[in-house]
Design a protein around this ligand. Structure first.
Ligand code: GLN
Length: 469
């Protein structure tokens, strides 16, 4: 009973149904674990213990879920890992939060992230340091590093993350969790602080594939407050994955993802072994090509900062959060509040984004990047005519040391494998695959399916989880 924090969603639900324990028992257990571990791991930035207990008492059979600090939960702080939003309290629930509440989940604690989701290690958070639960000298990945550390360190039952260019999948790989980046439009972003609006998606980070299926079903669907969400029915993913098999699944291995100089030899070994296990379980393997892969990084670092520079214009010292007390007029109110409130990576992105959108450079950078993005998307359309799913490494290395990557470009390269599929808007997942020799660090593999093919994606992940256990 005291170790309820170890449960996943499916087990928690079963116990709640049987009456073995209540939602309040789970929340108390998570709080106990939080008090014991947060000083070391730093997964949470705030934890409204009373609020969580109150929700649990009102929803006896609800499963508590940790929430990334950029998703609005009414009455709770929403700081996005930034000083500029210090003291901001959300006036409303994001659609994913109301969907969760309507489907037997409650928000429980807020987890750390890179400032405005820009980063791959959570070191860009202005609020706290988050450590990898598998090795406290290493990063949890990012930007959903708090979510991954909370799941991987058994500090929650499951968590919500967001993924713009890899921020669910890469930390999931570093912290031994399952992470799903849904297709663009599958999940509403209403009430989720925008980073790059043509890429952002919310998704589950969980202890098992089944848990991701259950949580994704609760999150997904049409929302009139987010015009990118089509009125497509949401399959019962939990039922869909029952009896999933690798037999006859056509798996593509994109050759551009394997001949990469920065690919760590242990990650390569674990990925190769994952392929071998799929073959032994009856999958068919084909080498495929995504010829425009080499341009994805450049395209992303034009489009994402361009959109970020527009989205972050709203943080002006007037409407939200921090306001400089050194201003003398309205112009200096904006500039000083922003100069004091934003951290260095966010400023770098705003400057890059403003530059590529400025007149004279727009066509050369932003316009051209949009065209190349279309070519990248076509690569995926093309390849999914021949195969059901792609299998690739998720990140080029296992978790690196805190402070190890100082140069922004080296940090950006972490998302090599996750950015192309984000640009294409398809769905993708990271699933635990193994541990490195010697350092014993978790490594995930990535599966990628076509747009709105979450049923297929989750089935492949489920069957991989089974053959890999
Ligand atoms: N690491 C990438 C970036 O910094 C992706 C972040 C994300 O997916 N939110 O932009």
């Amino acid at each position: 009973m005291s170790e309820l924090y170890k449960l996943g969603i499916a087990e928690a639900r079963e116990g709640l149904e049987k009456g073995d324990f209540t939602s309040e028992d789970i929340v108390r257990s998570v709080i106990g674990r939080y008090r014991e571990k947060n000083a070391d791991i730093g997964a949470y930035v705030t934890f409204d213990e009373e609020g969580a207990l109150e929700l649990a008492r009102a929803n006896l059979k609800a499963v508590p879920i940790a929430v990334k600090d950029l998703i609005n939960v009414r009455g709770q702080p929403c700081t996005c890992g930034s000083k500029i939003l210090e003291g901001y309290v959300s006036p409303y629930d994001a659609t994913v939060i109301s969907n969760m509440k309507a489907n037997g989940f409650i928000p429980c604690g807020r987890v750390n992230m890179d400032e405005f989701a820009m980063g791959s290690s959570t070191e860009n958070s202005a609020l706290a340091v988050t450590r990898n639960p598998y090795d406290l000298t290493r990063v949890p990945g990012g930007s959903s590093g708090g979510s991954a550390a909370a799941v991987g360190g058994d500090m929650c039952i499951a968590a919500l993350g967001t993924d713009t260019g890899g921020s669910i999948r890469q930390p999931a790989s570093f912290c031994n969790c399952v992470g799903i980046k849904p297709s663009y439009g599958r999940v509403s972003r209403y009430g989720v602080t925008a980073f790059a609006s043509s890429l952002d998606q919310v998704g589950p980070m969980t202890k098992s594939v089944r848990d991701s299926a259950i949580l994704l079903k609760a999150l997904a669907g049409h929302d009139r407050m987010d015009g990118t969400t089509p009125d497509e029915p949401v399959p019962d993913y939990e039922r869909v994955i029952e009896g999933a098999t690798m037999k006859g699944v056509k798996i593509g291995l994109p050759k551009e993802y394997f001949n990469v100089s920065g690919l760590d030899s242990e990650v390569k070994r674990i990925t190769d072994e994952a392929v071998a296990k799929c073959v032994a379980a009856g999958a068919e393997i084909r080498e495929v090509s995504l010829p425009h892969t080499e341009y994805a990084m450049a395209v992303y670092y034009i489009i994402a900062p361009a959109e970020a520079s527009a989205n972050l214009a709203r943080f002006d010292g007037v409407r939200y959060g921090h306001r400089s007390d050194k201003s003398v007029d309205v112009y200096s109110l904006y500039t000083k509040s922003r100069a004091e409130g934003f951290g260095p990576e966010v400023k770098r992105r705003i400057i890059m984004g403003t530059y590529v959108l400025s007149s004279g450079y727009y066509d050369a950078y932003y316009g051209r990047a949009q065209k190349v993005r279309t070519l990248i998307k076509r690569d995926f359309d093309e390849v999914f005519r021949d195969v059901d799913v792609l299998l690739t490494p998720c990140a080029p290395t296992p978790a690196f040391k805190l402070g190890e990557l100082q140069d922004p470009l080296t940090m950006y390269l972490n998302d090599l494998y996750t950015i192309p599929s984000a640009l294409a808007g398809v769905c993708a997942a990271s699933v635990p695959a193994g541990f490195t020799a010697g350092t014993n660090l978790p490594v995930g593999v990535q599966f990628i399916c076509g747009g709105f093919e979450e049923s297929r994606l989750l089935s492949v992940c489920k069957s991989f989880e089974e053959i890999n256990s």
